[in-house]
Design a protein around this ligand. Structure first.
Ligand code: FAD
Ligand code: UDP
Length: 386
């Protein structure tokens, strides 16, 4: 009855399903174990009518015009004219993050800051993006002093909270996502397109999955319907020869037989406040030297919601994922040991020629939404022989 089965209705699953149905006229079944679509991008109105992001703040940002245009078939956008901007609370003082020349001039007097700015631009060139772990290696004592300030006040404690490890212990690509900017650019991302879907992420995915070729079943754990054995996939007891696109955690597909893949999880604490503003207009404040939570997001500023009464905020508390009931694996912990374990599961998956792994969980990777959409579009084209 179906040509393809997609497991998971997050960004990866929803995009591939739509493309297979629309471009390839395939009949696609999407199974989603949560009670809703959209995966971690899911948003909803809270009891006070404020649009909140259930699984942490999501900002769409990309330089890929093709991805932006493809998504724009399903949504209009609330774009940020000045980009998404974040500040860090350092002992009560708010400073722009990523650390940039504006931050430098806030921290030093004019004469010192001008001299340091010259040093940094001479060393790296105006407009450079320098990962903190690279900046720390610079031989110049004054540049090292700046690097040490940034390391201690922006990266060390936040990273310890987020990952339970120091910046030295984690993959340098992770801290490299927030480089020191040798420019006067306060934007958190340097991408051309930045914003949120005008009517919310969920609405965008509802429209994406609204196609006569697509059937969506939420509240369905695919593990109860699929059987993987001896090179064949069975669905509801019948051999299934169509493509199966899996976007869930790969270890779970095989009953975690080699042990669990390690992840970081998050607890989200929402709070509604009967006041118009909590963060003085800032959508995100990172707590980089204090508190147990990493950041506070104030949703009305993030989504630019104008009709909100009061304000709703969310605090994020990271912890080590254990696989216990109700916990969600959010961040793959990228290191050689975990990668080797992932490869063992991937080798099992290779036995099934019609099984395709796609997404943050199934690929055990750190993808942003735009990269995920792009990968899903590429996979759909491959499956359609385009
Ligand atoms: P998911 O969204 O996790 O979707 C996978 C889906 O599969 C889930 O709905 C899950 O329930 C379902 N599933 C799993 N197993 C099964 C099963 N056995 N049966 C049925 N269904 C199953 N990206 C950005 O670009 N900008 C941001 O600002 C941003 N912020 C983020 C903040 C946080 C806190 C996190 C965790 C991520 C953030 N991301 C952000 C990344 C973004 O969430 C991902 O790129 C995107 O959600 C990946 O989509 P996905 O489909 O791979 O995964
Ligand atoms: N980071 C940090 N302090 C900050 C912001 C980021 O130490 O104020 C580090 C931290 O290790 C984090 C990584 O940089 O996990 C990447 O940050 P990003 O905001 O990209 O993480 P995301 O929330 O998107 O996963």
């Amino acid at each position: 009855m179906y040509d393809s089965i997609v497991i998971g209705a997050g960004a990866a699953g929803s995009v591939v399903a739509r493309q297979l149905a629309e471009k390839g006229s395939r009949r696609v079944l999407v199974l989603e174990k949560r009670g809703h679509i959209g995966g971690n991008c899911y948003d909803r109105r809270d009891a006070y009518g404020i649009l909140v992001h259930e699984y942490g703040p999501h900002i769409f940002h990309t330089n890929r015009k093709d991805v932006f245009d493809w998504l724009s078939k399903f949504t209009q956008w609330t774009l940020y004219p000045n980009g998404h901007q974040v500040v860090a609370n350092v002992n009560g003082r708010l400073i722009p993050v990523p650390f940039n020349l504006n931050t430098l001039h806030m921290l030093y007097d004019k004469e010192q800051a001008d001299a340091l700015e010259k040093k940094l631009t001479d060393a790296y060139g105006y407009g450079s993006r320098v990962p903190i772990m690279k900046l720390r290696e610079h031989p110049d004592a004054q540049i090292q002093a700046i690097a040490q300030y940034v390391y201690e006040n922006i990266f060390l404690k936040y990273t310890m909270k987020q990952w339970g490890q120091t910046p030295e212990e984690i993959d340098p690509a992770v801290t490299g996502r927030v480089p020191v900017l040798i420019s006067y650019d306060n934007r958190y991302f340097q991408d051309q397109y930045q914003g949120v879907p005008r009517d919310g992420f969920t609405e965008m995915f509802v429209r994406m999955l609204d196609h006569p070729g697509i059937t969506v079943e939420t509240g369905t754990d695919a593990g109860q319907r699929l059987e993987l054995s001896q090179g064949e996939i069975r669905f509801d007891g019948q051999r299934f020869l169509g493509s199966v696109i899996y976007t869930g955690a790969l270890d779970e597909l095989y009953g975690c037989k080699y042990g669990r893949l390690p992840y970081r999880s998050l607890r989200f604490d929402f709070e509604h406040l009967a006041q118009e503003d909590f963060q003085n207009g800032h959508s995100v404040v990172n707590y980089t030297v204090s508190e147990d939570f990493t950041r506070i997001t104030e949703f009305k500023h993030l989504t630019r919601q104008k009709d909100a009464e009061g304000t709703t905020i969310i605090r994020e508390y990271p912890f080590a994922y254990t696989g216990a009931e109700g916990e969600i694996p959010y961040y793959a912990i990228m290191n050689p040991e975990n990668h080797a374990l992932y490869e063992k599961y991937k080798n099992l998956a290779k036995q099934h020629q019609n099984l395709y792994l796609l997404g943050r969980l199934a690929e055990y990777q750190y993808y942003n939404i735009d990269a995920m959409v792009n990968k899903a579009l590429v996979l759909a084209d491959t499956l359609l022989g385009c």
